[in-house]
Design a protein around this ligand. Structure first.
Ligand SMILES: *Cc1c(COP(=O)(O)O)cnc(C)c1O
Length: 386
């Protein structure tokens, strides 16, 4: 079976996890700050807060930025549901901005148009969540400029994009956003099994994220409202959660992040090879903006259906029938039944919907061999009747 994405686990990863199992702290041990520091070293941000998933990171990022009932968060429909759900957790409302037809990322022009309309009716968003789809960075500078003009905060959902670069700088460095979030789910670039991280350059936001990760509890005198009663003392100063990552996961993360640059290079080599093998077929291949160096979490092809003697579903099923576990990223969030209950309709975001009717994520992960790739291309050609 060839999967669309999967983890790469080395003996060093296994040893790192086993070492923690033999140590005193299975959670809240020394590997958490070590992992946070290793990600900071790659991104150049000031603060990192490791948590148990990117979903949790998005939730506490929204809370740290003060999102609550009556507020609005906008994101792209072409994302995993978590990018939108985080607003609902906070009692806020969600709306979407359609995607750019070339990058499949949130379109800054569509964003500007929607902001102009929203300003007229006094319904501007408090937060916008651009998602770096497939690992290709969004047009962050344009979104950041709009943020300054219209007064919204920015959370980058960089779940696909650790190791990516935008205008020559690492994604996650916070130059164009308030908080950036990474995911370490096994299909992502580096993994901790489950895990996520929120990064920021803002000291106050970092403190809030740290509190929200662990029950809103602090042991730091400077954050308390009165002197400590004694060495046992802690204070709950906010309503937080248990979103902590274990020390085993963090140790795995440290070991994995050591191979981040190598992984992204390998993903680029696979992407380049696909681009050669698939050239001249009735497909739209991933277009790369010159400002971006993608992390290539995914390699998405779009079928030019008018030139192919098979449907989207038929091509997808033909690949799966040969144990090529292709996938589709993403079903537009506004078409999910839960979102339709809120009033969203098919047709609301036509670019994301058109993309959905044509897109297939073909296998992309560091362990993919040339033979695997050749097989994928062969089956794909046959499925398209070529
Ligand atoms: C994977 C993913 C998430 C959720 O990540 P978890 O770590 O599984 O919670 C959120 N947004 C996007 C875009 C993702 O791909």
């Amino acid at each position: 079976m060839i999967r669309y994405g999967q983890q790469d686990i080395t003996q060093a990863d296994i040893d790192a996890v086993v070492d923690v199992l033999k140590s005193v702290n299975l959670t809240q041990g020394p590997n958490i700050p070590k992992f946070e520091q290793s990600v900071l070293a790659h991104t150049g941000a000031r603060h990192a807060v490791a948590v148990n998933s990117a979903t949790s990171a998005l939730h506490i990022a929204c809370l740290a930025l003060g999102l609550g009932p009556g507020d609005l968060l906008w994101t792209t429909p072409n994302t995993f549901v978590a990018s939108a759900n985080c607003a609902l957790y906070c009692g806020a409302q969600v709306s979407f901005v359609d995607v750019d037809p070339r990058t499949y990322n949130l379109c800054p022009w569509a964003l500007e148009e929607k902001l102009i309309e929203a300003e007229k009716v006094g319904r501007l968003p408090k937060i916008v969540v651009p998602v770096h789809h497939t690992g290709q960075p969004c047009d962050l500078e344009a979104i950041h400029d709009l943020g300054k003009r219209y007064g919204f905060k920015i959370i980058e959902d960089a779940s696909h994009a650790i190791g990516a670069r935008y205008k020559g700088e690492p994604v996650g460095n916070g130059r164009y956003s308030d908080i950036a979030v990474f995911s370490f789910h096994p299909v992502k670039i580096v993994t901790t099994a489950e895990g996520g991280m929120a990064l920021t350059n803002d000291d106050e936001l970092a403190t809030r994220l740290g509190l929200l990760r662990s029950h809103g509890i602090t042991r730091e005198a400077s954050l308390m409202t009165q002197p400590m009663d004694g060495p046992w003392y802690y204070q709950q100063v906010a309503l937080g959660y248990n979103y902590r990552m274990t020390d085993m996961q963090a140790a795995l993360g440290v070991s994995q992040v050591a191979r981040l640059t190598q992984y992204v290079k390998r993903r680029h080599a696979i992407a380049d090879r696909y681009s050669t093998l698939l050239a001249n077929l009735p497909l739209t291949l991933p277009w790369q903006h010159p400002d971006s160096y993608s992390a290539y979490h995914l390699y998405v092809i779009r079928l030019q259906l008018e030139k192919i003697g098979a449907s989207h579903l038929e091509v997808f099923e033909a690949l799966r029938a040969k144990d090529i576990m292709v996938n589709l990223h993403y079903i537009p969030v506004h078409t999910q039944p839960y979102y339709q209950m809120m009033g969203f309709r098919n047709g609301d975001y036509p670019e994301a919907e058109r993309y959905y009717r044509e897109a297939i994520s073909i296998p992309m992960h560091p362990a993919l061999t040339d033979a695997d790739q050749d097989f994928v291309v062969k089956v794909l050609r046959e499925a398209m009747g070529l």
